[in-house]
Design a protein around this ligand. Structure first.
Ligand SMILES: Cc1cc2nc3c(=O)[nH]c(=O)nc-3n(C[C@H](O)[C@H](O)[C@H](O)COP(=O)(O)O)c2cc1C
Length: 158
């Protein structure tokens, strides 16, 4: 039997970027979830993916066809990353939102945005693997936020 906490610590040795996946809930209220599992998947067709724990409250929202935005965070927004990692009533409080081509809220201050429709939902053990069809994307200058060994960092050149 694997010790999940030990496995999590071992996974945490690999630095990841940090993204907030934002969308509207069933009531039409903007919400989102912080993920470190965002990854590029395919260029043609344009696909990306992330994994979400089945026990996460937001997991129910991710279905084939659902519109959502993956917002890659700059290092200045570590507080926003923690905010979307808590079970808050209003996850978007104080966060600047804007519109995009899909019917989902976009975090204005993201360093890159991928506006998606749910392309496929795969089983991944105690997680689901959400594959997004990228409908539009943008990026800007700035330094990404990095999650490493349980803490937030900024990238440093060698
Ligand atoms: C840096 C960071 C990365 C995270 N990555 C993931 C992830 O990839 N998948 C996941 O299910 N939860 C991840 N989490 C935890 C969720 O953000 C957290 O459990 C959140 O409360 C889930 O939102 P929900 O309860 O609205 O579904 C991460 C948290 C942090 C701080």
């Amino acid at each position: 039997m694997t010790d999940p906490r030990a496995l999590r610590n071992a996974f945490g040795v690999l630095p990841t970027g940090v993204a907030v996946v934002s969308l509207f809930d069933e009531a039409g209220k903007p919400t989102g979830v912080t993920v470190g599992s965002f990854a590029s998947l395919s260029l043609d067709p344009a696909l990306c993916l992330f994994s979400l724990g089945k026990a996460q409250a937001s997991a129910r929202l991710f279905t084939v066809g659902v519109p959502f935005v993956v917002n890659v965070l700059p290092h200045e927004l570590s507080d926003v990353a923690w905010q979307f990692a808590k079970p808050l009533e209003d996850k978007c409080e104080g966060v600047a939102l804007s519109d995009t081509v899909v019917d989902a809220p976009r975090l204005r201050d993201g360093i890159a945005h991928f506006a998606c429709h749910g392309h496929a939902i795969h089983d991944g053990g105690d997680h689901i693997i959400v594959v997004g069809q990228i409908e539009d994307f943008d990026h800007r200058d700035g330094e990404a936020l990095v999650f490493y060994r349980g803490g937030m960092h900024r990238p440093a050149p060698l």
